[in-house]
Structures are given as C-alpha cells and as structure tokens.
Ligand binder design. Structure first.
Ligand SMILES: [Zn+2]
Length: 230
C-alpha cells in the first residue's frame, strides 16, 4: 500500500492518495484533484474500484468532487466509484445530487454512497478495513465568526489488522485523536495553527507534533503553506 499527500494547503485544497493493487483510495478531494492525480503514475480509466472518503464538507476538502466525477465519466471509467462521507455533510450530498441529476442518463460507472457515523468499521477490498473516529470541527468566516459544529470524521486504514494510515481531517483537540493516531505506521495530522494558540476547531503545530509522537511516523498537513509529497 502506497500513500502520499498530493496537495495540502489550509483553505485551498487537501487530498491524500492511497494506492494498492486492488483499489484506489482518495481521502478528500480538494480543488485541483485531477491535475494532481494526472501527475502521478496512475492509468486512467482506473482498472480497480475507486473509494473516496470525506472527512467533512468544507470546500477545501470536497470542492474537487464534481470535476473528478465528471473526468471519470468522460474518460470511460467503468469500475465502481464508492463515496463515503459523515452523515449530515450537506455540501457533499449537494454535489452528488447535482451530478446525478445532470448526468443520470449517461452514467457509465456504478455509484455507491455510504453515510458514515463515528465508530464505524467497514471492509473494502484486499483485506483493508476503514475505521471512523468522531472529530471536532466547525466553520468560521470573517463575516460570521465561529459557526456551529459540523459532521467531521477522522479515518484509520488498516491492512490485515495493522494500522497503516491515520488521517485526522480538520479537527480541534478531542478525546478520540490519541486513539486514531496511536501506533499508526504513518499519521497525517492537521496543523492549521502555526503557533501554540489553542483553537476549538483546529490543531496547533505543537499539538500536532505531540500527537504525532504516538505514531511511528507522522506528517503535518493542512498548514498555511503548500505541502506536496514526492
Ligand atoms: Zn474544515
């Protein structure tokens, strides 16, 4: 199983690519997802099922979904596309509904939707299990200030029982983070705040580093500078 952050920059886009002979996983699809995938050695149409997991519905995590689905439709993707998101993530539901309503007569791939709750466990292909963890996140805008909490999940990807990847999505410090990150071969941890200031809905760089010590290896993502893993 190979994995890398294709791109991550808070407020712009974040997406993690996981490849395995039996499937392709995307964790979030921010804007620019097609551009970033085409720079990888992936042959399209993909000859395995595609699984797209969303951590939450903010535009910098799901804004590329519509264009990615359009791209797959255009190039003749025939293997199923499976989409998973936290129950109640209305932005993602809206994008899927729009795509379905516009292209329902010319769809060529199967389209499976799964709404996830925290504490779920699901099997996908090749001995891989995905576990979900409740995260703590909310929006804010300059005009509206802090907004209510939104559905947000972190994900662990296990292969044959071994926690290969932990991916927090956006979150403030919460009681599930340690469980999620602990003993992961590689943890991708959000670190939006560059300083030590505590926030209720994002981690500081220092908090992310402390958490990362629980994993075998970790990478801070969703920072306020561009990250692209080679
Ligand atoms: Zn967010």
């Amino acid at each position: 199983m190979k994995h890398k952050i294709l791109y991550s920059y808070a407020g712009i886009a974040t997406h993690l690519l996981v490849t395995d002979p039996k499937f392709l996983i995307l964790m979030d699809t921010g804007d620019g997802i097609i551009r970033d995938l085409l720079e990888e050695e992936i042959t399209f149409p993909v000859s395995t099922p595609v699984h797209i997991f969303f951590t939450h519905g903010h535009y910098d995590h799901c804004g590329g979904l519509f264009s990615f689905l359009g791209f797959l439709r255009m190039i003749g993707q025939e293997f199923p596309v499976n989409i998973y998101y936290p129950e109640g993530a209305t932005e993602i539901e809206g994008l899927i509904d729009l795509f379905n309503s516009v292209y329902q007569d010319t769809m060529i791939f199967e389209f499976n939707i799964t709404k996830l709750k925290p504490g779920s466990k699901l099997e996908i292909d090749g001995g891989v299990t995905i576990k979900t963890y409740q995260m703590k996140h909310c929006g804010s805008t300059l005009s509206h200030g802090l907004l209510p909490e939104i559905p947000a999940l972190g994900y662990a990807i296990l292969k044959n029982g071994k926690k290969m990847i932990a991916y927090t999505g956006d979150t403030g410090m919460n009681e599930n983070l340690q469980d999620l990150v602990k003993d992961a071969c590689h943890a991708y941890i959000e670190a939006t705040n560059p300083n030590t200031k505590q926030s209720v809905f994002h981690l500081s760089s220092k908090e992310a580093s402390e958490l990362g010590k629980l994993a075998k290896k970790f990478t801070k993502i969703h920072t306020i500078k561009k990250i692209r893993q080679k």
